[in-house]
Design a binder for this molecule. Structure first.
Ligand SMILES: [Zn+2]
Length: 316
C-alpha cells in the first residue's frame, strides 16, 4: 500500500519542506491558501499534506505519511473521519453554501483520532459569494488542531478577508527542465515531449494529459492544414471540409495559439496590425461558438480565407 501514498512532486519540495518544518515546530497555521495556475499539482500537494498530517506515526520527522498506521489506513481507504473535502458536487458547478454549513459542526467537534482535523476546499474559486461569507465565519473561529487547506487557481480573486486569515503558499509553473524530466515517464519521444510542454504552456499535468491521448496528433494535423493553406496547397473551402466536424473549440484554441506565437516571433518591432485584427476575430469566433450555434463549415471557410489573406500579406 505504500506506493499509494501521495507525495509532492519534485518541483514542490521547497514548499513541502517549509510546511513540514512548521508542522514539526508546532507553528502550522490554521489556514493555508495554496495558489497557482491550474495543472501544476496543487491538489496533489494538498492531499499529500493531508495524509502526512493525519499519519499517527510516532516518528515525527518522517518526510511522508508512513502508510501503515490507523490514520494512514483510513486516509488510503478514503474515509478518514477527521478529513472533509469540499468540492463542487457536479463538475463545473459551484460549491454550495449547504456544503460549507455542514462543515461548521465538523469544526466544532473534537477529532476522532485525537490528531488534526482537516478541511480541504478545492477550489475556493468555485464558491459563491454567500459560501465565502459562510466560510469566513468558520475561519474566524478555529478550534484547536484544525487546519483549512484552501486551493485557488485565481488567488487574485480570493477576497482579502479570506487571504488575510491564511498563510499563502504559491505554486508557480515549474522550471521546464524539471517538467521534462518528470514527463519522461509518459513518453520517450523527445519531440512529442517538447510539443506537449509547448501546448500546455509548461504546466506539467496538462502536458501529461496531452501525452496520454491523441491531442498532439490532432493538433499536428490541424497545423498541417494551416501550413497547406499558408502555402496555397489547399483551398479554404477544402480545408473547411476537413475541419467542420472536428471539435471546434479545440481547433479554435490551437488557431489562436498559432497566431499568438506568430505575433510573439515578430516582436522584434516588425508589427503587423493584421495579425492583431485577426487574433481579435478569432477571439470573437470562439465566443460565437460558445454563445450561439454558427454553421461550422461557413465559419471555418471564412477564417481560412482570412488566414490565406494574411499569408499573402506576410509572404509578399
Ligand atoms: Zn501513518
Amino acid at each position: 500500500m505504500i506506493s499509494s501514498i501521495p507525495r509532492p512532486f519534485e518541483w514542490q519540495l521547497k514548499q513541502w519542506r517549509e510546511i513540514l518544518s512548521r508542522h514539526l515546530t508546532g507553528v502550522l497555521p490554521h489556514a493555508l491558501l495554496m495558489s497557482g495556475p491550474k495543472f501544476v499539482g496543487k491538489e496533489n500537494f494538498a492531499i499529500a499534506l493531508v495524509h502526512r498530517l493525519l499519519c499517527l506515526s510516532s516518528d515525527l520527522e518522517i518526510d511522508q505519511a508512513c502508510g501503515q498506521c490507523k490514520g494512514c489506513n483510513l486516509c488510503l481507504a478514503g474515509n478518514h473521519p477527521d478529513f472533509v473535502l469540499i468540492e463542487p458536487e457536479d463538475e463545473g458547478k459551484e460549491i454550495k453554501i449547504k456544503q460549507i454549513r455542514a462543515v461548521a459542526s465538523f469544526v466544532s467537534k473534537s477529532a476522532h483520532q485525537g490528531g488534526w482535523k482537516i478541511i480541504m476546499i478545492n477550489p475556493i474559486d468555485k464558491m459563491s459569494p454567500e459560501s465565502k461569507v459562510a466560510l469566513l465565519k468558520i475561519l474566524e473561529e478555529p478550534q484547536g488542531k484544525t487546519v483549512f487547506i484552501i486551493v485557488s487557481h485565481e488567488a487574485g480573486r480570493v477576497p482579502s478577508t479570506v487571504t488575510s486569515r491564511c498563510q499563502k503558499i504559491t505554486f508557480p509553473v515549474p522550471p521546464e527542465k524539471d517538467v521534462l524530466k518528470w514527463l519522461q515517464d509518459s513518453s520517450n519521444d523527445e519531440n512529442k515531449l517538447i510539443k506537449a510542454l509547448d501546448l500546455s504552456n509548461g504546466k506539467p499535468l496538462l502536458a501529461q494529459h496531452y501525452l496520454s491521448g491523441s491531442v498532439i496528433k490532432r493538433r499536428d494535423e490541424f497545423n498541417a492544414i494551416l501550413d497547406n493553406l499558408w502555402f496555397g496547397q489547399v483551398s479554404p473551402v477544402e480545408a473547411a471540409k476537413k475541419c467542420h466536424q472536428k471539435k471546434a473549440l479545440e481547433l479554435m484554441d490551437w488557431y489562436r495559439f498559432r497566431l499568438h506565437s506568430m505575433a510573439k516571433d515578430r516582436c522584434d518591432g516588425d508589427l503587423v496590425p493584421e495579425i492583431f485584427f485577426f487574433y481579435d476575430k478569432l477571439n470573437k469566433a470562439r465566443h460565437w461558438l460558445i454563445e450561439s450555434n454558427p454553421n461550422p463549415k461557413l465559419l471555418w471557410e471564412e477564417l481560412f480565407f482570412d488566414w490565406t489573406a494574411l499569408s499573402k500579406k506576410l509572404i509578399s
